[in-house]
Each structure stands twice: as structure tokens, then as C-alpha cells.
Design a protein around this ligand. Structure first.
Ligand SMILES: Cc1cc2nc3c(=O)[nH]c(=O)nc-3n(C[C@H](O)[C@H](O)[C@H](O)COP(=O)(O)O)c2cc1C
Length: 141
């Protein structure tokens, strides 16, 4: 299995999640490539069995670099994906991410959101139990 992870993270909370995810996938003997939204080209994505997109909520939406990245994706029809969203408000933005990718005719296999606590801007805002939640997500990929 090959996974491509594309993420955007301001304070490092989401980055911590995708780093941990990459480690867990490697433990499963999967090949994993990881890029920020700046490093990957949405019109020429490397081949993979499943793509993972991870971004925070910002200003009541998906963070704008990820939103733009998803809107610009090309040639992803029938490709599988998983979603990660970090957020500090009650509502997560997974549905918005899903809507953008359904326009690209991609197929969702799993999604997970991580509420961020008061230490969001230190990169230490993930709530207790986040790793178990991530394990559950990995189990669905
Ligand atoms: C400018 C800004 C706007 C934000 N707006 C929202 C928001 O509308 N809803 C929300 O749940 N969280 C919001 N947040 C919190 C971010 O989701 C949180 O800081 C982020 O998930 C932390 O992940 P990161 O460390 O990977 O950036 C906002 C954060 C910033 C900096």
C-alpha cells in the first residue's frame, strides 16, 4: 500500500498528527510520502492507493491554502482519501473538505477530527486520547 499525505499546519498540532500517522503507516509496512500544500502539486499528484489531507479550521472554514489545494486537484477521479481536521470550536469542517473532494469524484475511506485545547499556538493543544483516535483512523485506511 502506498499513502500520500498532504497537510497544512500553522502551529504544529496538525503536523504532530501527520508525523505520528506517517510513523504508524510505516509500521504497517506501507510506503508513505508526506508533503505540505506548498510542496505538492495538485495537478500532478504522485500515484498512491490512498491520499490523506490534513488541515485546521480557520475563519469558519478549511484553512485557505488547503481549500485552494483541494479546489485545484486534477486527475483524482476514483482515488481514495482520508481526512484530518484540527479545530478549536465545537463544529469541525470535515463536511466542507468532503464536499470539495466529492466534486473531484474522489472516494472517502475515513475521516477524523481533533479538537485543540487552550495551548493551540504552542503546538501542544491536542487533547488527551488523540493517539488512540488516530489509531482508529489508521485502522480504517
Ligand atoms: C486565524 C485563525 C482562525 C481560526 N478560526 C477557527 C475557526 O473558525 N474554527 C475553529 O474551530 N478553529 C479556528 N482556529 C483554530 C485552529 O483550528 C487551530 O489553531 C488549529 O487547528 C491548530 O492546528 P495547527 O497547530 O496545525 O495549526 C483558528 C485559528 C487561527 C490562527
Amino acid at each position: 500500500m502506498k499513502y500520500v499525505i498532504v497537510y497544512w499546519s500553522r502551529y504544529g498540532n496538525g503536523k504532530k498528527v501527520v508525523n505520528s500517522l506517517a510513523g504508524k503507516l510505516k509500521e504497517k509496512e506501507a510506503e508513505t510520502q508526506m508533503f505540505t500544500t506548498d510542496e505538492a502539486n495538485p495537478t500532478a499528484m504522485p500515484p498512491a492507493d490512498t491520499y490523506i489531507f490534513s488541515a485546521p479550521s480557520e475563519s469558519a472554514n478549511i484553512q485557505k491554502n488547503m481549500r485552494k489545494f483541494m479546489k485545484n486537484l486534477q486527475g483524482m477521479e476514483e482515488k481514495k482519501y482520508g481526512l484530518i481536521n484540527t479545530h478549536w470550536m465545537k463544529k469541525n469542517r470535515l463536511a466542507k473538505m468532503e464536499k470539495l473532494l466529492s466534486k473531484k469524484k474522489m472516494i472517502k475511506v475515513a475521516s477524523v477530527d481533533f479538537p485543540i485545547g487552550k495551548d493551540a499556538n504552542t503546538g501542544n493543544g491536542l487533547m488527551e486520547g488523540w493517539e488512540a483516535k488516530l489509531d482508529e483512523f489508521v485502522g480504517k485506511l
